[in-house]
Design a protein around this ligand. Structure first.
Ligand code: HEM
Length: 339
C-alpha cells in the first residue's frame, strides 16, 4: 500500500467506490469543520439506526450532532479539572506495578493499555475496571479489544521534569507537568509516528463529488487519508522516520512543522455545531492522562529494552484494526535514584 500510494503520489483505489488519498490539501476537504463529506459506508457496518450504534458509528448528521454536544460538555476544560485528581491515583497504581516489576521485562503494550482503559472506566463509565490492580484485562475491555536513540530523549525529558520538580515524584502536580513543554513535544512526536488510527476514518464524498487539487472524485465515494503515511511523508516531514520531539518545540520553525499534515485526533473543532467535523472529543482527556503517565514514568524510571527485545516486532507487526492493535513490547523499568 505504501509503495503504490507514494508512486502515484495521489490516490489508490482500494475497491469499488473506495479511494485512499495521500495529499495534504485533502485533509480540510475530508476532515475539516467545513467539509461537505459525511462518515463513509464503513461506519454503517453495525446498521444505520443511530439509536442502535455508538456516536462514532453514527452516520446521520443531526443525530450525531445532538449526541456530540454531551461528549463535548463532558470533555470540556472545566470538566477536565474534576478528572485530574481521579487520574493521579491510577498513575500511582501504574507506578506500583512498575516498581513490583523493576529490573525484569515488562510488557508495556499491555500495561499502557490497562492504564488508559482504567482512566476511561473511571472517567467515562464511573466504573473501576482495576486492570492495573489485578494485572488482568477486565472482561468488559477484552470484549472491546480482542516506545531507543530514545535514551538521550529520555534523559532530556527526565532532566526537564527534574528541573520543574526538584524534589522528585513526591512534588508531582499536573500544573508543573504541563509547564514542561517537552512532555507535549514527546507525546506529539509519538502520535506522529504511531497514531492510534493508522488509516484515518473514511468519508463519503457529497453527491456532487469532490475536487482535491486537479483530481475530481465522483460523488458517494469513500475516501480515506492514511494518517501514518501522511505523518511520515518526506514531502512535508524532515527525517520522517526519526523520533525527534524537538520538531514540535525548539526546531518547529526550522523543520516547518506547522506546515506539515498532522492529524492524530483527526481535524476540526471540538465544539462542532453546526459544522460537520468528527474530530476526537476525547483529545483533552487523552492529553491529561498521557501527560500524567509519561511524567510519572520519566520521573521514576529509566526505561530500556528488556533482554531479547529489539522492538522490531512492535514496529512491524502492528495490526490496523481501526484503532491499532499493538504486539507485546518487553521493556525494563529501573528505579531512578531519589524516588
Ligand atoms: C491518544 C488517544 C486518542 C487518539 C489518538 C484518538 C484519535 C481519534 C480519531 C483520529 C478519531 C476520528 C475517528 C474517525 O474519523 O472515525 C477519534 C474519534 C473519537 N474518539 Fe478518540 N482518540 C484518543 C482518545 C480518546 C479518548 C480517551 C476518548 C474517550 C474517552 C475518545 C473518544 C472518541 C470518540 C467518541 C470519537 C468519535 C467522535 C465522533 O464521531 O464524533 N478518544 N479519536
Amino acid at each position: 500500500m505504501k509503495e503504490g500510494t507514494v508512486k502515484t503520489n495521489l490516490r489508490i483505489n482500494l475497491g469499488p467506490r473506495e479511494i485512499s488519498v495521500l495529499r495534504k490539501s485533502a485533509i480540510p476537504l475530508l476532515y475539516g469543520p467545513n467539509s461537505e463529506c459525511l462518515k463513509s459506508t464503513w461506519y454503517g457496518q453495525t446498521g444505520n439506526d443511530p439509536k442502535k450504534c455508538s456516536i462514532h458509528m453514527t452516520r446521520d448528521f443531526n443525530a450525531h450532532r445532538l449526541r456530540r454536544r454531551a461528549w463535548d460538555k463532558g470533555f470540556s476544560i472545566k470538566a477536565l479539572g474534576t478528572y485530574e485528581p481521579r487520574i493521579k491515583p491510577k498513575a500511582d497504581l501504574f507506578r506500583d506495578q512498575l516498581l513490583a516489576h523493576s529490573g525484569t521485562p515488562f510488557d508495556v503494550s499491555t500495561w499502557a493499555m490497562y492504564f488508559s482503559f482504567d482512566v476511561m472506566g473511571e472517567v467515562g463509565f464511573g466504573k473501576d475496571f482495576n486492570n492495573l490492580g489485578t494485572g488482568v484485562e477486565h472482561s468488559a475491555i477484552k470484549g472491546v479489544h480482542s516506545h531507543m536513540t530514545m535514551l538521550d530523549k529520555q534523559k532530556k525529558l527526565q532532566h526537564l521534569l527534574d528541573q520543574a520538580m526538584p524534589g522528585g515524584y513526591s512534588e508531582w502536580s499536573y500544573e508543573k507537568t504541563k509547564s514542561v513543554s517537552y512532555v507535549d513535544d514527546f507525546l506529539s512526536e509519538t502520535l506522529r509516528l504511531r497514531p492510534a488510527l493508522l488509516t484515518g476514518g473514511a468519508r463519503e464524498t457529497p453527491a456532487k463529488g469532490l475536487r482535491i487539487d486537479e483530481v475530481y472524485i465522483p460523488g458517494n465515494t469513500n475516501v480515506v487519508i492514511p494518517t501514518q503515511l501522511i505523518q511520515r511523508d518526506v514531502r512535508w516531514w524532515q527525517q520522517p522516520e526519526d523520533f525527534l520531539p524537538e520538531r514540535f518545540g525548539e526546531k518547529k520553525a526550522e523543520m516547518e512543522t506547522d506546515k506539515a499534515p498532522y492529524i492524530p485526533f483527526s481535524l476540526g473543532k471540538l465544539i462542532i455545531s453546526p459544522m460537520r467535523a468528527y474530530a476526537c472529543p476525547g483529545k483533552n482527556l487523552a492529553q491529561l492522562s498521557l501527560r500524567t503517565s509519561l511524567s510519572m514514568i520519566a520521573q521514576n524510571f529509566d526505561v530500556t529494552f528488556a533482554a531479547g527485545e529489539t522492538g522490531e516486532a512492535f514496529d512491524k507487526e502492528v495490526l490496523d484494526t481501526f484503532t491499532v492493535t499493538l504486539p507485546p513490547l518487553q521493556l525494563q523499568f529501573t528505579l531512578r535514584g531519589g524516588n
